[in-house]
Design a binder for this molecule. Structure first.
Ligand code: FES
Length: 315
């Protein structure tokens, strides 16, 4: 007696591609929060495993059914086979599991596109729209009295509107000898960036603002202030007059901006991160680091313990 089930071909084993695809999507989502390198690895994994999975799922549709020899037993009496017209070729069948696999793949692809395309757009579009922040001209040096901070508010992107408004606290430290320039006397400035290095809230100077002396020159608003420290209203961060962290959750000193003097005007350069400042004014010793997002430790053991922080947009 023969068992009919033995005549059916063995189906291919379950594919591992969906697992690889899921790991890729997970890496991609994690990378969007942590780092673009992890996101890129995740995207590559998701695309590769997704394609392999799609190839598997659509194999029948594409007519690439693998050659599988059915396990059969010798029929003792071929003459016993019923006579009649040859059987028609079986129509391709789509099982429920195939349908579910294809649906899952399609939904995953749609979710991946919805999540990644806007992010990719924001990452790639600025390269084509030339929206890089430019140097800012803060105006003539006479606008900055010696030893006092001035709140300077300017537009980082010409034509960028209010969203590109930035604020720095500028203090003129007087003339100092520059050994790199044959000992010539050059103006020294301390320029603190107003973005809190905890989570990015706008830091405020602690002291009265001289609104009567306010100036607005070519879109740059200048307001002298008697600031002995700086405070962040969001979580109580406190910085001293050199931008060193004194209290609260900020993880480093306030960021500073480079500057140059061109034709008697103060030109603001790129912002950089600061670990600690010892000394004051023109004599300050600054431990300087490449700019990092708020919340990033730039020195000390914390910089080793917390090397990766969530990606944030600059501004
Ligand atoms: S954002 Fe400034 S203290 Fe939290």
């Amino acid at each position: 007696m023969s068992d009919a089930s033995h005549d059916n071909p063995h189906a291919p084993g379950p594919s591992l591609w969906p697992i690889g695809f899921a790991i890729g999507v997970a890496c991609l989502l994690l990378g969007l929060v942590l780092s673009w390198i992890i996101a890129a690895i995740g995207a590559v994994l998701a695309v590769v495993f997704g394609l392999l999975w799609a190839r598997d799922v659509t194999r029948e549709v594409r007519g690439e059914v693998p050659e599988i020899e059915p396990e059969t037993r010798a029929v003792a009496d071929e003459a016993a086979a019923p006579a009649g017209p040859p059987a028609a070729a079986p129509l391709p069948t789509y099982t429920r599991s195939r349908f579910l696999e294809a649906s899952t793949l399609g939904i995953s692809a749609a979710i991946g596109a919805v999540v990644t395309l806007p992010v990719l757009g924001f990452m790639v579009l600025p390269s084509f729209t030339n929206l890089e922040e430019q140097e800012a001209d803060l105006g003539p040096l006479e606008n900055f009295p010696e030893g006092k901070y001035v709140i300077a508010s300017y537009f980082a992107l010409p034509g960028g509107g209010e969203v590109s408004r930035r604020t720095v606290f500028v203090r003129y430290n007087g003339l100092v000898e520059n050994p790199a320039n044959q000992g010539r006397q050059e103006p020294s400035f301390t320029i603190l960036y107003s973005r809190c290095v905890h989570l990015g809230c706008p830091v405020q100077p602690n002291g009265p603002i001289d609104e009567a002396a306010k100036k607005n020159v070519n879109g740059v608003e200048l307001r002298p202030v008697l600031a002995q420290s700086f405070g962040c209203p969001c979580h109580g961060g406190l910085y001293d007059a050199e931008g060193n962290r004194r209290a609260g959750p900020p993880v480093r000193s306030m960021d500073r901006a480079e500057y140059s003097i061109k034709h008697g005007r103060l030109i603001l350069g790129p912002v950089y991160a600061v670990g600690n400042v010892s000394g004051t004014g023109a004599n300050a010793m600054i431990s300087r680091y490449p700019w990092s997002t708020p919340g990033t430790h730039v020195d000390g053991i914390e910089a080793w313990l917390y090397p990766i922080v969530p990606t944030q947009v600059t501004g």
